[in-house]
Design a protein around this ligand. Sequence first.
Ligand SMILES: [Zn+2]
Length: 52
Amino acid sequence: MSADCAECARLDREKEAARKSGDLSKVTDCDVLLRRHPHHSKGRALAGKGRA
Ligand SMILES: [Zn+2]
């Protein structure tokens, strides 16, 4: 898994660290945050700016 943005890279490292320390709730948290990152989604399907 390659993280293109610094934010995702940080979250990924945090997730790895959390998993190694057995903090599964934090692992899930990081996973959610990673999935919520819209700026580098495949195919950039979200074309509407400011659309909630
Ligand atoms: Zn990102």
